[in-house]
Design a protein around this ligand. Structure first.
Ligand SMILES: [Fe+2]
Ligand SMILES: [Fe+2]
Length: 298
């Protein structure tokens, strides 16, 4: 089915208009998108999905490189075995998203600058636990929530199936990352933990900026500066961005990173508006736009 028809169909079935939640920007005063026609929002919705799928693809390519790096760097043989199976998973994910984009979608977007610099930073770090923390906790944690949301919105059966398979793998990868790190982080010195807190925060900041979809807006004649300036005034858009961190925050807590050093990371996550997810245990498959609203109103 062509992507535009699918957008119409989804809107009819869900009652959520095409282009939502970005569409909420249209209601603000002096908004550059207030005069967009219905057709423009449909086109935007299609391209917004292309951007998401493209960043999934680039993230999977990064995961492939990072897990190969882990196999090389991690000191235990069992972790090497596990890492090797993960390399195979990631190669399959790259192939799946790449084919889906090629065959089903009108275009592929280049890698987001923030995602690229985070992946480069992870790959360039000689500490193996940083590879786990950056890739399995932050990048894959955000991906799990983003996959879950796409699973909940799309009415395309092939895409649903593809995402379900990938999510089952990623949930395993994230869980293994947490288990491996929990043991190691118990024995780190205060200064070493402090470095991990700072790294986790910077990685989350990269991911927050990645979710602004900087590669998408200029193609529709809107500058990223305009979008960033409007964002704090649109609660729906912001809540959805926060929801993407609903897997990362509880996992940082499990690793002891939130409260070390008088809660330094807790304070950063509070500033980012994502601390309300610290005790969340909702499965990524269950996430919807409404979960964001429920979480923020409590
Ligand atoms: Fe993956
Ligand atoms: Fe993975």
């Amino acid at each position: 089915m062509d992507p535009e028809r699918l957008v119409h169909l989804q809107a009819e079935e869900t009652g959520v208009p095409p282009g939502y939640p970005a569409r909420a920007l249209a209601e603000l005063d002096n908004s550059p998108v207030s005069s967009w026609s219905e057709d423009q929002w449909v086109e935007f919705a299609v391209h917004s999905q292309c951007t998401s799928l493209s960043q999934f693809l680039h993230g999977e390519q990064g995961a492939l490189l990072c897990t190969a790096r882990l196999v090389e760097a991690v000191p235990w043989i069992d972790a090497k075995y596990y890492g090797a199976t993960q390399v195979v998973d990631e190669a399959r994910h790259v192939e799946a998203f790449s084919r889906y984009l090629d065959e089903k979608m009108p275009t592929t977007y280049p890698i987001n600058d923030n995602l690229r610099s985070l992946i480069d930073q992870i790959l360039g770090d000689s500490r193996w636990d940083i590879v786990y923390l950056g890739m399995q906790v932050v990048i894959e944690g955000l991906a799990l929530a983003a996959f879950g949301l796409m699973l909940g919105t799309t009415r395309e059966p092939l895409l649903k199936e593809l995402i379900r398979y990938v999510m089952a793998d990623e949930a395993r990868h994230v869980a293994f990352g947490i288990l491996s790190l929990q043991e190691v982080y118990r024995d780190l010195s205060g200064d070493e933990l402090r470095e991990r807190q700072e790294f986790a925060y910077e990685a989350c900041e990269h991911m927050r900026r990645r979710t602004l979809n900087a590669e998408l807006w200029p193609a529709f004649g809107v500058s990223n500066a305009e979008v960033e300036a409007m964002l704090p005034r649109t609660r729906s858009q912001q809540r959805l961005q926060h929801l993407l961190f609903s897997k990362i925050v509880p996992n940082c807590k499990k690793l002891g990173l939130l409260d070390h050093r008088d809660g330094w990371l807790r304070d950063r996550f509070t500033e980012m508006g994502i601390i309300q997810y610290e005790d969340w245990s909702i499965d990524a498959e269950e996430l919807t736009i409404d979960s964001a609203i429920a979480a923020e109103s409590t």
